[in-house]
Design a protein. Structure first.
Length: 262
């Protein structure tokens, strides 16, 4: 029961959507550095190519990419087809791609709901559905395949910012992940959610530039998340150590959700 076996992800095939930048890149790097074969997917082919070049220079594991625009449902099917052709199985699916839309309540548009819920919720279900045969092909009794959904603390609490569709989509994602845990567990696949607090990413860049001190002041641990925090949590959930975790929503936020405000 040593660490080298408990947290081993060497040789696992991992798909990380939005894996070229931000939190997705942090996760991809953690898996590659621990010997996994990571497929990075994003609509930005150049970013994917550059990310894979940098990830492969790290050694141990390897990185490939599948350029895909998840706003296009046909690209969901293409990702599954490419994975089947190039790997034949999938040990870990990390649904990380997402979008946000901030606008005042009085002018919040219909388009925001369509755009945000499509990517953050609908496509997560459809991609998981499309790669389920590949996840089933990889599972064994003591080593289920894993689905890890990247949620948000804004799906657990009421955020200060006016991001109505985003918060609703992440709350929906958290519960959909639990529903999938019940259905897919019987097929040898776990489903869990990481509700992330603030990390350095494109989505958070402007907010952190303006309010980093305020944000960190509201976190009991006094800092934003690091690459090791999110990569380590994903590796734990994907390893033997996390093989009995199913249907969980893990707040990865330094305690911001539970921090006292008075």
């Amino acid at each position: 029961m040593d660490n080298s076996n408990l947290f081993d992800v060497k040789g696992k095939v991992v798909l990380v959507t939005g894996g070229a930048k931000g939190i997705g890149r942090m996760i991809s790097e953690g898996f590659v550095q621990n010997g996994a074969h990571v497929f990075v997917s994003s609509r930005d082919a150049k970013a994917c190519e550059q990310a894979c070049k940098e990830l492969n220079a790290l050694g141990k594991g390897k990185a490939d990419y599948i350029a895909a625009d998840l706003y296009k449902v046909e690209d969901v099917k293409r990702i599954a087809e490419e994975l089947k052709k190039r790997a034949g199985k999938l040990d870990v699916l990390i649904n990380n791609s997402g979008s946000n839309w901030g606008e005042s309540y009085d002018t919040y548009p219909d388009a925001a709901w369509d755009r945000v819920l499509t990517l953050n919720l609908k496509r997560v279900f459809q991609l998981t559905q499309a790669v389920t045969p590949l996840l089933e092909a990889a599972q064994s009794p003591l080593s289920p395949s894993r689905v890890i959904n990247i949620g948000s603390v804004d799906g657990l609490r009421v955020p200060a910012l006016e991001t109505f569709a985003y918060s609703a989509s992440k709350a929906g994602l958290h519960h959909m992940s639990r529903v999938l845990a019940s259905h897919l567990g019987k097929r040898g696949i776990t489903s869990n959610t990481i509700a992330c607090g603030p990390f350095q990413s494109k989505m958070m860049k402007a907010t952190l530039e303006k309010f980093k001190d305020v944000i960190e002041g509201g976190i009991p641990l006094g800092r934003i998340g690091s690459p090791e925090d999110v990569a380590g949590t994903c590796i734990w959930l994907s390893s033997r150590a996390g093989s009995y975790v199913n249907g969980a929503t893990i707040a990865l936020d330094g305690g911001s959700v539970v921090g006292a405000k008075l």
